[in-house]
Design a protein around this ligand. Structure first.
Ligand code: UDP
Length: 453
């Protein structure tokens, strides 16, 4: 018998490819052979961003199939992208599997599909291949997705996913209350996009019922009520590169490692790390206000300014900003985020609260300043601030702007109150113990591996 051979298919977004790559690195370490399927578009980005010393190892084969869009179309239009995926990718995936299986000793023995790519479970079922689903967002998000029919029946949303009214609800008596405006699909764009994403969610739900396993990148300690409500979702996280003493991989942009030596020069627990993941964009006013807010704190900061973070072309920094902050501020295009967050110089994380960033901050005991942008990030903020109590939210003014003084005030408030850091360290201890020998996530993961073998 050959080695078990897993085919992994993440949703084509950075916040899905990175945790999938992490899961596959863990499986490769266990002797699995991996075929990692990106879309052609993202495959090129991953390959271009890999430096020579950063290859993904011999056990992981990177391959790609088309996503159904023209090369020039905008992949940040998630509704259009999701529709195209659904139309084109199932057939392309099947062809890829047939071709792979035709080679000696290469047959795919298990497919791990992203929950947002539930159709791949159906492809696996039709082809008689074992199948599992990996959920790279919070369990609360999937609990909400798996509850859509109940939410419709209870008159909380309509058939398009639109909340009937703005209200606080609980998915179960023990689940933390959530605002109906926090449903992921309702925070993703205009009504057309919302409907496209909502329809995809409903379809994926059906396919996911054919999965043999559903595993989650979260941990029981973080979301016990969601795991109790849906006991078929098994936590195996948080999956962080540091837990296997490795590097994060699967970046779409080349990382700027120089910020690590810059961090070495800063005093312990002094630096504000500022990063908004892969999607967030700012208009010029908000971008400048953020820059001025960081300047106002008079503290060292490391700020990830992705090349596409502002919609305006050209230099968006306030006049003279670079010179004024040059001694204590550092801007980079893309940071090795997990390494940054584990650095002793980092004091807090000004974050958009993407689930991966949330897990990475929590896994390193770093308190948060929350600035959610879209989708599940509002819900993640409420876990950070209201459930775990390890961060503070930033409030918008009447114009809808987060002002420089709001940024400065919240930084002061967070760092002056030492209980935030203490709780963050306590939470870290709990979740990291989970993935160690004897921990619940560790046990689930071992059982999952045994099943796949
Ligand atoms: N990330 C990174 N360097 C950066 C910014 C982000 O490595 O400069 C990584 C981060 O560690 C996380 C992922 O990109 O793993 C972003 O995922 P998340 O779910 O936080 O946000 P999304 O990009 O999906 O909005």
């Amino acid at each position: 018998m050959g080695k078990p051979h897993v085919l992994a298919i993440p949703y084509p977004a950075q916040g899905h490819v990175i945790p999938f790559m992490e899961l596959m690195q863990c499986l490769a370490n266990q002797g699995f052979r991996i075929t990692f399927v990106n879309t052609d578009f993202n495959h090129k980005r991953v390959i271009n961003a890999l430096s020579e010393e950063d290859n993904v190892g011999d056990m992981i084969r990177l391959v790609s199939i088309p996503d159904g869009l023209d090369p020039s179309e905008d992949r940040n239009e998630l509704g259009i992208l999701s529709e195209a995926i659904f139309r084109v990718m199932p057939e392309k995936l099947q062809e890829l599997i047939e071709k792979t299986n035709a080679a000696d000793d290469m047959a795919i023995t298990c497919i791990i599909a992203d929950a947002s790519m539930g159709w791949a479970v159906e492809v696996a079922r039709k082809m008689g291949i074992k199948r599992a689903v990996f959920c790279p967002a919070s369990a609360a998000v999937y609990a909400t997705c798996f509850s859509v029919q109940k939410l419709i029946d209870d008159g909380i949303i309509n058939n398009n996913g639109t909340p009937i009214k703005n209200q606080m609800i609980q998915l179960s008596p023990t689940m933390p209350p959530m605002n109906t405006s926090q449903f992921g699909w309702a925070c993703i764009g205009d009504l057309t996009t919302q409907k496209q994403i909502f329809d995809l969610t409903v379809k994926c739900n059906e396919f996911i019922t054919f999965a043999d396993w559903i595993v989650s990148s979260s941990s029981y300690e973080l979301e016990s009520a969601a795991f109790t409500l849906f006991p078929n979702i098994l936590p195996i996280g948080p999956l962080l590169a540091s837990n296997r003493l490795g590097k994060q991989s699967g970046y779409f942009w080349p990382e700027d490692k120089t910020c690590l030596s810059w961090l070495d020069e800063q005093p312990p627990r002094s630096v504000i790390y500022v990063a908004f993941g892969s999607f967030t964009v700012f208009d010029r006013t908000q971008f400048q206000e953020l820059a001025l807010g960081l300047e106002l704190t008079k503290r060292p900061f490391l700020w990830v300014v992705r090349p596409d973070i502002t919609v305006e072309l050209g230099d968006s920094y306030p006049e003279g900003f670079d010179d004024r902050v040059s001694i204590r501020g550092r801007m980079v295009g893309w940071a090795p985020q997990q390494k940054v967050l584990s650095h002793p110089s980092v004091a807090c994380f000004l974050s958009h609260c993407g689930w991966n960033s949330t897990m990475e901050g929590v896994g390193n005991g770093v308190p948060f300043l929350c600035w959610p942008y879209f989708a599940d990030q509002f819900l993640n903020q409420s876990y950070i601030c209201d459930v775990w109590n390890v961060g503070l939210g930033l409030d918008k003014d009447k114009r809808g702007i987060i002002t420089r003084s709001e940024i400065n005030n919240k930084v002061e408030q967070l760092l002056d109150d030492k209980t935030f850091k203490a709780r963050a360290l306590h939470l870290k201890e709990k979740v990291v113990n989970n993935v160690r020998e004897g921990g619940r996530s560790h046990k689930n993961f071992s059982n999952f591996i045994e099943w796949m073998k």
